[in-house]
Design a protein around this ligand. Structure first.
Ligand SMILES: [Zn+2]
Length: 260
């Protein structure tokens, strides 16, 4: 690390002395990028998305990030050559190191795709065959990873927009979807979605990165609750409600609490 970078890190940690991922009481020792660099084309991550982390939290989701970054690239409508090369490289790496993930994500068969299009009232584009339509089916291993990944993502966004770490009493409720998921039928989440009026700029060196990562959010006037809808590459979305006290979140066995 160069001298300027080391100083930047020291200053950042001086300003934000506690890890924002485990309740805000453990000293931060590292700077974490959320979403990780692996989510961005050519590893160009947006300005302002760095967070104070203890060593344990910084490393907690490495495994999950790699796989979810791959998942986000399954359907990229404006694919560049860089995107394509990155996708191939990531897919090879995941296949080599985490083969169980690959077996947990599989493309729908032509018959399943046909049924999917019919159930969703979508007309097949005439330029491609049914088998070429990139819809994937996902199992439990991926589901668990998404929850772990989502927990960290929303703790970071909470910190960014409230200026505080979510305390250990806090909790969140996450619903996630791919472009192949059925519509959400959770009325509480849909009502929350309609209140999201914050749209932050996602910029690196004055270039917009919204095609890769974008979100809307709202923080309650009292600062004790927030809602987010995050979308990666038109492929993968997460909707989240969170609060400083778990009793404020609709009770559900899938809710995620701060300690993990
Ligand atoms: Zn931590």
């Amino acid at each position: 690390m160069g001298k300027t970078k080391r100083l930047d890190k020291q200053n950042f940690l001086k300003k934000h002395p506690f890890c924002c991922f485990c309740g805000g009481t453990k000293p931060a020792e590292e700077i974490d990028h959320v979403p990780g660099r692996v989510f961005f084309r050519d590893r160009q991550w947006p300005d302002g998305y760095i967070f104070p982390a203890c060593i344990e939290c910084n490393r907690a989701t490495r495994y999950e990030e790699k796989v979810i970054a791959l998942l986000c690239r399954f359907n990229n409508s404006n694919e560049t050559e860089i995107d394509h090369a990155e996708f191939e490289k990531m897919a090879r790496e995941v296949a080599r190191h985490d083969p169980e993930f690959i077996s947990d994500i599989r493309p729908l068969s032509a018959n399943e795709t046909r049924r999917f299009l019919r159930d969703h009232n979508i007309e097949k584009p005439t330029t491609i065959t049914t088998a070429e339509i990139p819809i994937v089916k996902i199992g439990d291993i991926v589901n668990k990873s998404v929850r772990k990944f989502g927990r960290k993502l929303f703790l970071a966004l909470w910190f960014k927009h409230t200026g505080m770490a979510l305390p250990k009493s806090g909790a969140m409720r996450i619903v996630w979807m791919t472009n192949a998921s059925p519509a959400i039928d959770d009325t509480a989440l849909i009502a929350m979605f309609n209140t999201l009026n914050g749209i932050p700029p996602i910029i690196k060196n004055s270039r917009h990165l919204h095609d890769q990562f974008t979100y809307r959010y709202v923080v309650t006037a009292t600062g004790d609750g927030a809602g987010f809808f995050v979308w990666f590459r038109q492929s993968f979305g997460l909707l989240c409600t969170m609060a400083v006290d778990k009793s404020m979140i609709k009770n559900d066995p899938t809710n995620i609490e701060v300690p993990f």
